[in-house]
Design a protein around this ligand. Structure first.
Ligand code: PEP
Length: 250
């Protein structure tokens, strides 16, 4: 089996004042010893610069929550992956909140993942089904379609260098997490889907679970065969709960 370093990513979404972001990043950097797991914090865009200053020289990586497909030019309000690369090493693309609020399609999410890779960033590409899709028994086929769009956009060589986050929409911010078995079923299907065309990439690909993950349930996800880490929203906003999740991955 491939050696996949666990990854714990904190998605701060549109939360925190600047001083709170700086304080939180400092507490997490102070509490993380830096071995056995990769840790990344994804603050809102305006706090990337002050948080980057806090994280400089620490083992905690910085990520953005979105990026443009474009490199530069007349794209008001967008931020290019190349600009982010000056500060960040990761970027979340295709979060369900952006798919919902900004009408991001599978195709666009794939293009963002590809643009991020081309700029030297590691995209954390999100996929996941709504409750009606799950109730209809179509969760895996829905997610496979999302994964296919991302894999075809980044190409055979790129797919081993991305991170996929399986985030069932009904579990995000609801306190209703997927059971570790249900999450593992979908994550295993994602790995099998990628492996079917590229066995090496499928073995190397890191796949995270996200959706009401917290200090209490983290270890159960991380004990599964295919879940390589967690994308954490609410529980990433407090240093102690986030650090407990990080410890569960070591
Ligand atoms: C997320 O926003 O990616 C997320 C998983 O949020 P939460 O942990 O709050 O469900």
């Amino acid at each position: 089996m491939a050696d996949r370093t666990p990854l714990i990513a904190g998605n701060w979404k549109m939360n925190l004042e600047e001083w709170q972001a700086v304080e939180l990043a400092g507490s997490i950097a102070d509490g993380f010893k830096g071995t056995g797991v990769d840790v990344v914090l994804c603050p809102p865009f305006p706090w990337l610069v002050p948080v980057a200053a806090v994280l400089q020289g620490t083992p905690v990586a910085l990520g953005a929550q979105d990026c443009s497909t474009e490199t530069a030019g007349a794209y008001t309000g967008q931020v290019s992956p190349a600009m982010l690369n000056a500060l960040c090493s990761y970027v979340i693309v295709g979060h369900s909140e952006r798919r919902r609020d900004c009408c991001e399609s599978n195709e666009l999410v794939g293009q963002k993942a590809n643009a991020a890779l081309a700029a030297g960033l590691t995209p954390i590409a999100c996929v996941g089904e709504a409750l009606d899709i799950r109730d209809a028994g179509q969760a895996i086929s829905w997610v496979e379609e999302q994964v296919d769009a991302i894999a075809s956009a980044v190409g055979a060589e790129g797919v081993a260098r991305i991170v996929i986050a399986y985030e069932p929409i009904w579990a995000i911010g609801t306190g209703r997490s997927a059971t570790p078995d249900d999450a593992e079923d979908v994550v295993a299907a994602i790995r099998a889907r990628v492996s079917a065309t590229n066995a090496t990439a499928g073995a190397q690909l890191r796949i995270l679970y996200g959706g009401s993950a917290n200090a209490e349930n983290a270890a159960a996800y991380l004990a599964t065969a295919n879940i390589d880490g967690l994308l954490v929203g609410g529980a990433s906003l407090k240093a102690d709960s986030f650090l407990e999740i990080v410890s569960a991955a070591i």
